[in-house]
Design a protein. Structure first.
Length: 315
């Protein structure tokens, strides 16, 4: 009887142990696998979102780089210091546009955002104060490029946000900061292009002078700045208006000849009523890329629809 009672207690203990073990085991053995798949799905969605932002930012960098490449090839390459900066901007924009989508690295996206805002900053500084002796003027290409740079900064900053340290929650805090910075950048760009600096024109009386540049006597204005002719012009009409006239300010006023200037002087009337000086039938212009006498950075460049040349002294 005692043996049977002992066996019964042992059986009861085993049953209780088995029941306890059963309660600790999940009823669905695959539940853990389902949880892993769901978490993996969220990570994948975040990576895809980051990838699309990177691709969009890269496309914006290509657009900005293409505008600067066109400006570089059609005239800016001749401007001291500014030409090299334009070329470096083009190379950096295209390089980042390749690296960002290929690597998907948040640091590459952050570098692209920094590059975009630095290009915008350089443009605004050049508009307001000038850089390396060159003062930028308001043009459609410059405004479009500025808008693209702001958009590229915002998109690439958002693309970089998920890669920031999660412990400090910087990714979530960065989004509103980017929004505020973008609004400020747009406001600064709008203020810069809405109040451009007065475009330079030749001061009257417009005395035309002769100057030796690289062994050739060429025509200059009263300040000694090199004067240019524009191939699409005729002897009675200027073809340079709008953005063109911003980069190539017309030499305004009735001209007079200083010693050594022997060609035929004259004038034409521009569409706004201003009187523009001519020399041997060529309407005359200066170039914003020339910051001091003796420079001829606008010679033999194809910009704003035609070829620009210095004006040699007749005889």
């Amino acid at each position: 009887m005692r043996a049977m009672l002992t066996m019964t207690k042992f059986d009861i203990a085993e049953i209780e142990k088995a029941y306890a073990d059963a309660r600790q085991k999940p009823l669905n053995r695959l539940a853990g696998e389902h949880v892993v798949k769901i978490v993996g799905s969220h990570v994948g969605t975040s990576a895809n979102r980051r990838s699309w932002f990177g691709i969009a930012g890269a496309a914006l960098l290509i657009a900005s780089g293409a505008i600067h490449l066109d400006l570089y090839l059609t005239g800016y390459r001749t401007i001291p210091a500014i030409g090299w900066l334009f070329l470096l901007q083009v190379i950096a924009a295209f390089a980042l546009a390749v690296v960002i989508p290929l690597t998907g690295n948040w640091l590459a996206a952050a570098a692209g955002a920094g590059f975009a805002v630095s290009v915008l900053g350089g443009y605004l500084l050049s508009l307001w104060f000038g850089l390396f002796g060159f003062t930028e003027v308001r043009t459609t290409a410059g405004i479009v490029s500025g808008v693209i740079d702001v958009a590229a900064f915002a998109v690439l900053a958002i693309a970089a946000a998920p890669g920031l340290p999660s412990a400090l929650d910087l990714g979530r805090r960065l989004v509103p900061a980017v929004a505020v910075a973008s609004v400020v950048a747009f406001a600064l760009l709008g203020a810069a292009v809405a109040s451009p600096k007065t475009q330079p024109v030749a001061a009257g009386p417009n005395v035309l002078k002769a100057r030796d540049i690289d062994g050739q006597m060429v025509l200059t204005d009263a300040r000694g700045l090199t004067l240019y002719s524009f191939a699409p012009d005729s002897s009675t009409r200027s073809a340079c208006y709008g953005d063109c006239a911003a980069y190539w300010p017309p030499a305004l006023g009735d001209p007079s000849a200083a010693p050594g200037v022997t060609g035929r002087l004259g004038t034409i009337t521009r569409t706004g009523g201003e009187v523009q000086a001519t020399y041997d039938g060529h309407p005359l212009y200066t170039y914003v890329g020339d910051s001091s006498p003796g420079q001829d950075s606008g010679n033999n460049v194809n910009l704003n629809g035609g070829l620009w040349r210095i004006v040699p002294i007749s005889g």
